[in-house]
Design a protein around this ligand. Structure first.
Ligand SMILES: NC(=O)c1ccc[n+]([C@@H]2O[C@H](COP(=O)([O-])OP(=O)(O)OC[C@H]3O[C@@H](n4cnc5c(N)ncnc54)[C@H](OP(=O)(O)O)[C@@H]3O)[C@@H](O)[C@H]2O)c1
Length: 297
């Protein structure tokens, strides 16, 4: 178990990382933070966190190092290959946790390197979105050694409500990919329902409110259907990050020859938003693609 006085490091203070780090601090753990742009660092320092100038500087002073970064390239660089990377600076017996969505392959590579330095490496991706991160109610899917998971639990419990040990290194990421199939295809279902409703002249707010009470209810309908109805396409979860997840997913599925028709279709539809420079919008912007296909928007 990680004790209350142990310093925890958090790298990557974005839409998810900033509120997750705040929960760790508010639970009473000393917190050291590092990120790319200033505003979230300043906000956490104002709450009592300390700032580190690099991943290595942070790693050298922490019992546990957590990342929540955007993509594999950044994850590899921050943990291993970049100037002042975290893993080479960690002391034996400490704990590394990647809470972003990272490819299972890179996860296993980082875990193998960590083992050579007697550092335990957990993959602990999350689901529940910006709302889950803000309210500390995320679901966290953990892969890696079970005893490392048990040590990490008191910290993970500050950020999540449901914490599941899935199995060896990479299994947390594999479960997260299964989650992303339902997220992506579900977003298409919500977008298509609301496209039909608006073209039929229905009130979108009333449609979302009503559909949320019956068999069509879902997390996506409740949170993102509501944003669509309000004309709000700002990100809780950016298109470019879901595209990254779908690419990892389709690569994994190719290895087992698993047909993923819905995921592949949604991945192709989102390409439109990448081409039009709109990939930093929220995933609910899928409705824009459908509107344009139907000659509107
Ligand atoms: N958003 C969601 O609903 C959601 C849900 C579940 C899982 N996830 C996953 O969680 C991860 C983070 O997602 P997010 O939505 O929080 O993304 P985000 O808002 O882009 O946050 C990423 C953070 O990492 C920082 N960063 C980038 N490169 C860095 C570097 N080299 N060193 C230090 N910090 C760096 C970014 O800095 P800047 O502020 O300068 O960009 C940003 O603060 C992704 O793997 C995503 O797939 C997201």
């Amino acid at each position: 178990m990680v004790a209350k006085g142990s310093p925890i490091g958090f790298i990557g203070l974005g839409i998810m990382g900033r509120p997750m780090a705040r929960h760790i601090l508010q639970a009473g753990f000393p917190l050291v933070v590092h990120s790319r742009s200033r505003p979230p660092i300043d906000a956490l320092v104002a709450l009592g966190a300390r700032e580190a100038q690099s991943p290595a500087e942070l790693a050298a002073q922490c019992e546990v190092v957590i990342t929540c970064l955007p993509d594999d390239e950044t994850v590899r660089s921050v943990w291993l290959t970049g100037e002042n990377a975290a893993l080479p600076a960690m002391r034996p017996g400490t704990l590394a946790i990647d809470m972003g969505t990272t490819s299972p392959r890179l996860t296993r590579e980082l875990a193998e390197y960590a083992q050579t330095r007697q550092v335990a490496f957990l993959d602990a991706p999350v689901t529940g979105g910006q709302w889950g991160a803000e309210s500390g109610t995320l679901t966290i899917m953990v892969g890696g050694e079970r005893d490392a998971y048990e040590r990490a639990l008191p910290i993970l419990q500050t950020m999540g409500k449901t914490i599941v040990y899935v199995g060896e290194s990479g299994k947390g990421q594999l479960m997260k990919l299964a989650n992303q199939i339902a997220v992506a295809v579900g977003m298409l279902a919500v977008s298509e329902a609301l496209l039909f409703a608006e073209q039929a002249g229905l009130d979108l707010n009333l449609t979302v409110e009503t559909l949320c009470t019956g068999a069509a209810s879902s997390w996506a309908m409740e949170h993102l259907g509501k944003r669509i109805a309000q004309g709000d396409l700002q990100p809780g979860f950016m298109v470019r990050l879901l595209q990254k997840d779908l690419q990892i997913l389709l690569d994994e599925a190719r290895a087992t020859a698993t047909p993923l028709l819905g995921s592949a279709l949604v991945h192709q539809l989102y390409r439109h938003l990448e081409r039009t420079g709109e990939a930093r919008l929220g995933t609910q912007a899928l409705i824009q693609v459908l509107r344009r296909l139907s000659g509107q928007g």
